[in-house]
Design a protein. Structure first.
Ligand SMILES: Cc1cc2nc3c(=O)[nH]c(=O)nc-3n(C[C@H](O)[C@H](O)[C@H](O)COP(=O)(O)O)c2cc1C
Length: 263
């Protein structure tokens, strides 16, 4: 594909098809990452490809910013022992991080070229992900990249709205304990983002969790029109958090109004 087309077509993908990505394509992605420019050509980066569904699911759970159930997660890390031994103080402060960002962009663009979708994800719980990956302490996770085949061709972004959506695959009766637990994990790890994440993400994650709770309740009461409308109000307005605070607040006011109607 033409480079300019690749650049134009790249969007953050937040809904993935549930089919595996062939191994050779994953290797092409890592190779593209490793060809990125690197400060002092230090190349302290390390790429970890997570393909085991159980591990991917666990990392997903502890990453509130990760959406769309990707089959693969790539962790771009830096080997800080190597950076300190071979680099300069700047390598530790920002060099490695910038290198990782360059590598990540190469990977995001290569993904488009290969017909894949991806999203850079910085909102993850570092402690939990490190533990799940069993990462030695001298590795620093710089960024996660969700990867897979996009569920639908990406559409141009509108006003920065998040293109997240849900597919409810089965109509269970009764609140699903696993999903309740996952929601709990999402809420607590979101709150744990207090340090390091922008403050406005708090209300965003609360809105996100509220929508998820609505969807869970709707599985029990599919005919509940008020709940359906409430979920839609939140779904349509939550993406305004960073781009349109007034609009985001209006969505919350509309949601409160709908809740009163639901009583
Ligand atoms: C450093 C970095 C961190 C990001 N972290 C997240 C994240 O945690 N969750 C998410 O859904 N998107 C994340 N994104 C994706 C941005 O939200 C996205 O690039 C932006 O909204 C523009 O949309 P586009 O990529 O479709 O052009 C991140 C992007 C960058 C560069």
């Amino acid at each position: 594909m033409e480079l300019s087309d690749v650049i134009r077509q790249r969007r953050s993908i937040r809904a993935f098809a549930q089919r595996p990505v062939p191994h050779h394509l994953l290797l092409e992605l890592v190779q593209a990452g490793a060809l990125a420019p690197s400060a002092s050509n230090l190349q302290a980066w390390q790429f970890f490809l997570l393909t085991d569904p159980q591990l991917v699911k666990k990392v997903d759970l502890f990453s509130p910013g990760l959406s769309g159930k990707p089959p693969v997660i790539l962790a771009v890390c830096s080997d800080m022992d190597y950076a300190l031994a071979h680099g300069s103080p700047n390598s530790e402060i920002y060099g490695c991080m910038m290198d990782a960002a360059m590598a990540a962009e190469n990977i995001l663009l290569k993904a488009v070229d290969l017909g894949l979708g991806a999203c850079a994800v910085k909102s993850y719980n570092d402690t939990a992900v490190r533990k799940l990956l069993n990462l030695p302490s001298h590795y620093r996770i710089e960024i996660l990249i969700s990867l897979g085949y996009p569920e639908a061709p990406p559409v141009p972004a509108v006003c920065g709205r998040w293109k997240k959506y849900y597919i409810i695959t089965n109509g269970r009766i009764g609140m699903n304990q696993t999903e309740c637990f996952e929601l709990l994990v999402y809420m607590i790890t979101s709150a744990a983002g207090l340090r390091g994440e922008p403050r406005i993400y708090g209300p965003l994650r609360m809105a996100e969790a509220s929508e998820r709770l609505c969807r869970l309740m709707l599985e029990e009461q599919p005919g509940n029109q008020g709940l359906k409308e409430l979920a839609e109000i939140i779904h349509c307005g939550k993406g305004k958090t960073t781009s349109d605070e007034e609009g985001f607040y209006q969505m919350l006011s509309d949601a409160v109004d709908k809740l009163v109607d639901c009583m």
